[in-house]
Design a protein around this ligand. Structure first.
Ligand code: SF4
Length: 367
């Protein structure tokens, strides 16, 4: 069989203390995990569990649910019990929901220090309840809801303001001996966000949850997140990631997984290496690449498939891949591990590639 491409990160991961979000370790030497958030009303238990199942199938490792109302808090015990992946309760305004989430068996609770009014005098109780239950807390600072005091001090949500808010909130928990914490400092501007996380990583050893907040629709949000996470992760900063897109959450998970694979932080799955096409192309590369991608969707093996439009760079790239095609003169040369195994007419390229991919995948399974 063909050996998998092992992860090869750009930088040594920064050493953070490890916490457990349910059965998923975050920080320390744990692989960077991908999380997302449901878009259903949490009180609609069936719809929420259905979406969690979809997210789980798409590779999501941790899921967060919003808890804005009593009904949502009441839904937590069933959701936490039936979800296949750890559930984090996202709580903004109501300390009482924090206690409900802990009692419900949620894997963690996210609190926003800027939004929880009268939160400070509740910290001792929260630290005690969370400590006894072994429930970690995410201190989730958000540029859009920064503590008024810090907004006044810094004028706007600067990296310094975001970091000060997070560390101040941590210190309140630390006073009560509670350190089962991870932190996020999100901003919609990747530059501010990157600087905030850099400062934060210098100032503490808590695991960090990366996110660009309100990143936008899929195209813009994907780029913003990839750029910001790429900058940080390539410096070894970041322990778990959430891509925020104005798109179905399963898309966020796919983007997150792809970012980690691109950075060598996760074993590559299926990878289509297709050329951009140019005036030399002798075949419609876009359609060919799309058809091959669609035909291989769901194949969970680290396979590199090259789809090349002509014989100039084609054979070279195709040879570097596990499997590939270089097209020319209405035909496709099919390569497996550098060897031309056959030449097929253009109309048979897609089906031949898919057939060969399946055969190799089977071999890998047996390896
Ligand atoms: Fe152009 Fe051929 Fe390169 Fe594709 S492989 S970009 S068609 S030269």
């Amino acid at each position: 069989g063909i050996p998998a491409t092992p992860p090869r990160p750009l930088a040594t991961r920064r050493k953070t203390r490890q916490i457990m979000v349910g059965n998923v370790p975050v920080g320390g030497d744990a692989p960077v995990s991908v999380q997302s958030m449901t878009t259903t009303r949490t009180s609609d238990i069936n719809a929420t569990l259905q979406q969690i199942a979809e997210l789980t199938a798409s590779g999501c490792q941790i899921v967060r649910v919003a808890v804005p109302t009593n009904d949502d808090a009441d839904a937590l015990p069933i959701i936490a019990k039936k979800s296949q992946i750890p559930v984090i309760a996202d709580i903004h305004f109501q300390p009482k929901y924090v206690f409900q989430a802990i009692d419900a068996g949620c894997a963690a609770v996210r609190v926003n220090p800027g939004n929880i009014k009268k939160f400070d005098d509740k910290v001792a109780e929260i630290a005690k309840a969370a400590g006894e239950a072994g429930t970690p807390i995410r201190i989730g600072v958000n540029a859009g809801s920064l503590d008024k005091r810090l907004l006044a001090k810094y004028g706007k949500a600067t990296p310094e303001a975001l970091v000060e808010s997070a560390l101040w909130e941590c210190s309140l928990f630390e006073e009560h001996g509670f350190r089962d914490i991870k932190i996020s400092v999100k901003h919609n501007d990747p530059v501010v966000m990157v600087n905030a996380y850099r400062q934060l990583s210098q100032a503490c050893d808590y695991p960090l949850h990366l996110g660009v907040t309100e990143a936008g629709p899929a195209f813009q949000g994907t780029i913003k997140s990839a750029v910001a996470f790429g900058a940080l992760l390539s410096e070894g900063i970041g322990d778990t990631i959430r891509v925020s897109l104005s798109a179905p959450p399963a898309e966020e998970v796919k983007v997150g997984a792809q970012i980690l694979e691109s950075l060598g932080l996760r074993e590559r799955g299926l990878e289509i290496v297709s050329c951009p096409s140019c005036g030399r192309a002798q075949v419609d590369v876009y359609t060919l690449a799309e058809e091959v991608t669609a035909g291989l969707e769901g194949l969970e093996v680290p396979l590199r498939v090259a789809v090349m439009g002509c014989v100039v760079n084609g054979p070279g790239e195709a040879r570097e891949a596990d499997l590939g095609v270089a097209s020319g003169n209405g035909k496709g040369q099919i390569f497996v591990k550098g060897e031309v195994i056959k030449t097929v007419p253009e109309s048979k390229i897609v089906e031949t590639l898919i057939e060969e991919a399946m055969r190799i995948a089977e071999e890998m399974g047996e390896a």
